[in-house]
Design a binder for this molecule. Structure first.
Ligand SMILES: [Zn+2]
Length: 952
């Protein structure tokens, strides 16, 4: 016994000696690099210091989600100046907390304060006199939010210190501040991303500190800590509202209408510190008062930095056109303030001047900025409330720019998509209406920019008069085009020409109805008569368990999920690929039908069908007869097409774009909810691909060996459906063996052949002809062929020069018109003209082997255009014009380059098929129009586009 114990002691001494020999202590930490104390006040002893919750000294390293959460929850028990609310749970189950910090008196009255602020936001229910007294009596409200990008860590660490500082300081200035103010601290907006990055800090830590901001320790690796669980950038989601973190947060912010919203980020490690106000382009719907206040805050913050001898700047790359940043609050009357601190990870970063900036100092910058902003708000709150009140009155005034404008979303059978959009608008307090009778308007403008007079708004439209308390936000997200100054356009064009750079930080188009692929018009008058409050509707199911067919309408996106979920249960499902009427039920093209006789061995078939329909919120029609009147499809004919269960893999990792991988993954989970596999892209060569019949290749900088390419090609030929996006489509189009679709710049020498195929396609939907000449018995020697009618044909050399020049001007996120083939199964649930979000994508060309279910450019009639005209390689028929741009910045040169090219291609290869999207169809989980096409490709691809496999 004794010996044994002795041995163990000996062993442990030996081990620790060994550890000490190999693993040395790091030579320095932040506390040695940076001597200043962040928490330098006098504090109440009964409230735990942040160090209590950390295994390092506060500010030295990155605190993870549970450390920060534990501190906040404990403090809420130790102090009566803090109240904690959980406003959301991340996908990975981490709670998101905000801390309301104020005097105990204010905290008792939070509901009343919130009610007063709500009153102040609506001049329809509040008089000037009441507003005056509200402004005199309510405290200032600040929303301070940090680290929405998980790898931008210093903000959340600053928030931890700020909360402690505010609730435990005995300093009179702080006590007074909390009497004057409710400070709402949202310390960590993206806990899943933060913990992913915190984990990688552990994984890449060596013995000595690393000051090289290129090191893995600083950068992390794929999919990086910036984004949330599904690799979404949460700071682009503020009005798209696709993620639980944003949904919960926006709900609370909108209830509180804070006067300022601070959003603490980090940027490149060699940079300094940036804050507001922004530079142009600035969205024209932002109240100028906010820019004015932005300058006041920036000046005070600058003074605080000067005092500490810290460098900073304002403006430069910080623009404010896109309304989906945290600055969506600016459209609701709150001032948004951005912090961008240079990123230090944990160890600090060596700068060109030789100094090392420590992590602790970066935390200190955010800490000091926060206190400076709170002080400025305390000093100016009343005047800011007055401006806010004036702004709210302007939004509702008859003289405002919003008064004579109404947005109308036209009725659709796509209830799922329309209801989803309506919910997002309601979440922003936007008031929605509907009409039971048609309304005649003097004029209306369509999404294609067409001006129509005496337009009749059909009954059941979704009507949004712009004259509402939230007028600026309504305009920002529903107007077809954001107003951009000429001077901004000039600068942008100069930058493009100089070196291909851009002053646009995000997409230049974000119209919500175009994102959703829902048809809408703008009316330049206020529509308010005979409207009723909008309620979302879905038609009722017609339940009959003894029917022979059950069907759901194909217009509704959820019909695709219906088909996918039933197939996952091994139920045989069909799609009716042409509109029909069965037992009095009108069914759109692409409706999903389940036949009793296809599923003889499924005992509870009808109950599974009704349960699945009810889970998805869609209505099911029970059909007693398979007879379609007159020429409409009947149930035994070729239009009732059998589907095949999709078995899906998404490629991901290393060279793939994490956003596009994430949003594809999310779309499968969120829109379909069926099983699928995420497959490491580098496994393509040796994985058993036979398990899948659909492989999705999100956008990526692919490098594949000849062996991998041939493995993929063999898989396609054996019946696989390969779907690729953007850069992966570019890669496939550059391969000889993977289908015949090519990129424009590779085939300019064959432009005549491509034009020939294009003309054939265009004429194939022509619905008029000269009957007399067709039936003439004498041979007509005067037939003119379309390609002979061009005014000019460009030489290969000229086409190459044009292409080189035009490619300088490719858009960076704008809507162009997608012309859809309404007979193709890929376009089920898609309008004739589909707005397509377009960027610097591969310009795809289809020859006679491949189809182009969506091309760029809407062909419209123009009787004045009598001659045939030439657009680069293609011909524009007489009597036609082509519309390309719908919204955002599309230079005319770029519009010419992409006109008539394919956005979506589909090609039969062996027994399988290749489907290429020029762009990223699921962008930010919000391009619902193109997302539908993508869902069609996945769920219907194996059944409708490949040779059926019969299991013996
Ligand atoms: Zn950021």
């Amino acid at each position: 016994m004794k010996t044994k114990l002795f041995n163990i002691i000996l062993l442990s001494i030996f081990c620790s000696a060994l550890v000490a020999e190999v693993l040395m202590k790091p030579t320095s930490y932040s506390n040695e690099l940076y001597k200043e104390k962040i928490l330098d006040g006098n504090y109440i002893a009964s409230i735990d210091h942040p160090n209590t919750f950390l295994d390092f000294n506060y500010g030295d390293r990155v605190a993870n989600h549970s450390q920060i959460s534990n501190a906040i929850l404990k403090w809420s028990k130790q102090s009566n100046k803090i109240k904690v609310i959980e406003y959301a749970k991340s996908h990975e189950g981490r709670p998101l907390y905000v801390a309301f910090i104020s005097s105990s008196e204010n905290l008792k009255n939070l509901d009343e304060i919130k009610n007063q602020i709500t009153k102040l936001s609506d001049p329809r229910i509040t008089s000037n006199g009441e507003a005056k007294s509200i402004i005199e009596n309510i405290p200032a409200v600040a929303w301070m939010a940090y680290s929405i990008h998980g790898n931008e860590t210093s903000g959340a660490d600053a928030a931890l210190g700020i909360i402690y500082h505010l609730i435990s300081s005995t300093d009179l200035e702080i006590t007074k501040m909390l009497e004057d103010m409710v400070v709402i601290i949202d310390p960590m907006m993206n806990p899943d991303g933060r913990d992913r990055f915190a984990k990688s800090l552990e994984q890449y830590r060596g013995t000595a500190p690393n000051y090289d901001d290129q090191a893995l320790l600083h950068t992390g690796d794929w999919p990086y800590g910036r984004t949330n669980h599904y690799y979404f950038d949460l700071n682009r989601d503020w009005f798209y509202l696709t993620q639980p973190e944003t949904q919960g947060r926006v709900k609370l912010i909108n209830q509180w209408r804070p006067q300022i919203l601070v959003d603490g980020h980090e940027m490149g490690g060699q940079d300094t510190f940036m804050t507001g106000p922004p530079r142009e382009p600035i969205n024209k719907n932002i109240d100028y008062d906010l820019i004015k206040w932005g300058n006041v805050f920036a000046q005070d913050q600058a003074q605080a930095f000067d005092k500490k001898n810290w460098r900073f700047y304002t403006g430069e790359w910080h623009e404010d056109l896109y309304p989906g940043y945290s600055f969506y609050v600016q459209f609701r009357g709150s001032l948004g303030i951005l912090y961008e601190q240079s990123r230090m990870a944990e160890d600090g970063v060596r700068r060109p001047e030789g100094t090392i900036q420590s992590y602790k100092e970066s935390v200190h910058h955010q800490f000091v900025s926060t206190l400076a902003n709170l002080k400025t708000l305390e000093n100016n709150s009343k005047a800011m409330y007055q401006d806010y009140w004036d702004g709210r009155k302007y939004n509702l005034s008859k003289d405002s720019k919003y008064a004579n404008q109404t947005f109308v979303i036209l009725p659709t059978k796509n209830h799922g998509r329309l209801n989803a959009l309506a919910e997002k608008l309601k979440a922003q307090d936007i008031e929605l209406f509907s009409n039971q009778k048609t309304i005649v308007t003097k004029s209306a403008v369509t999404q294609s920019g067409e001006k129509l007079s005496n337009y009749v708004i059909p009954e059941g439209s979704l009507i949004i008069p712009n004259q509402q308390p939230e007028a600026p936000l309504i305009a920002a997200i529903l107007e077809f085009d954001a107003d951009i100054d000429k001077s901004v356009l000039i600068e942008e064009r100069q930058e493009s020409l100089r070196d291909g750079s851009s002053i646009m930080y995000d997409t230049t188009a974000f119209n919500f109805t175009m994102m959703f692929g829902l048809e809408a018009i703008t009316v330049d008058e206020k529509i308010s008569n005979s409207l009723e409050t909008w309620t979302s509707t879905s038609p009722q199911s017609d339940i009959n368990a003894d029917s022979i067919i059950w069907a759901t309408d194909g217009e509704d996106d959820r019909s695709v999920a219906f088909a996918a979920r039933l197939m996952e249960k091994n139920i045989q499902v069909r799609v009716i690929d042409k509109e029909s009427i069965l037992s009095g039920h009108e069914l759109s093209r692409g409706s999903v039908a389940v036949l009793q006789m296809d599923n003889p061995n499924v005992a509870d078939l009808s109950s599974i069908i009704f349960q699945t329909g009810s889970d998805l919120g869609i209505s099911i029609d029970s059909i007693e007869s398979g007879f379609g009147p007159e020429l409409l499809p009947d149930w035994g004919g070729r239009h009732f097409r059998l589907l095949e269960k999709p078995q899906v893999a998404i490629l991901g990792h290393s060279n793939f774009n994490s956003y596009d991988v994430g949003v594809s993954w999310w779309s499968l989970d969120h829109h379909l909810g069926i099983r699928h596999t995420q497959l490491n892209g580098s496994f393509t060569g040796y994985a058993d691909l036979r398990r899948y019949n659909v492989i999705i290749m999100p956008s990526g900088y692919l490098e594949m060996s000849d062996y991998e390419i041939s493995a993929l090609n063999d898989w396609v030929k054996q019946g696989g459906t390969l779907i690729a996006h953007n850069r992966s489509s570019r890669f496939i189009a550059s391969q000889e063996s993977l289908g015949s679709v090519k990129q424009l710049n590779d085939v300019l020498d064959q432009s005549k052949d491509y034009n020939f195929d294009l003309l054939r396609e265009i004429y194939s939907v022509e619905d008029d002809l000269d009957q007399e000449s067709v039936l003439n018995n004498t041979l007509n020697l005067e037939i003119t062929y379309p390609w002979e009618l061009n005014e000019s044909n460009y030489s290969e050399e000229e086409l190459k020069s044009r292409d080189k020049w035009q490619s300088i001007f490719m858009p960076s996120g704008a809507f162009v018109a997608g012309r859809t083939d309404q007979k193709h199964w890929l376009t089920f649930g898609t309008p004739k003209t589909l707005p397509v979000l377009y960027g610097n994508y591969p310009v795809l060309m289809t020859g006679s082997n491949a189809e182009a279910p969506i091309r760029i450019g809407e062909l419209i009639d123009n009787t004045d255009a009598t001659g045939f005209r030439t657009i680069n390689w293609s011909t524009l028929l007489a009597g036609k014009d082509i519309k390309v741009r719908m919204s955002g910045l599309v230079w005319p040169e770029a519009a010419q380059r992409i006109a008539n090219s394919a956005y979506l291609t589909r090609e039969r290869v062996g027994k399988g098929q290749i489907i290429l999207f020029a762009g990223e169809p699921n962008f930010r989980g919000s391009t619902r129009g193109t997302n539908r096409v993508w869902l069609n490709a996945i769920v219907y691809g194996p059944g409708l586009g490949t040779s059926p496999r019969i299991e013996l």
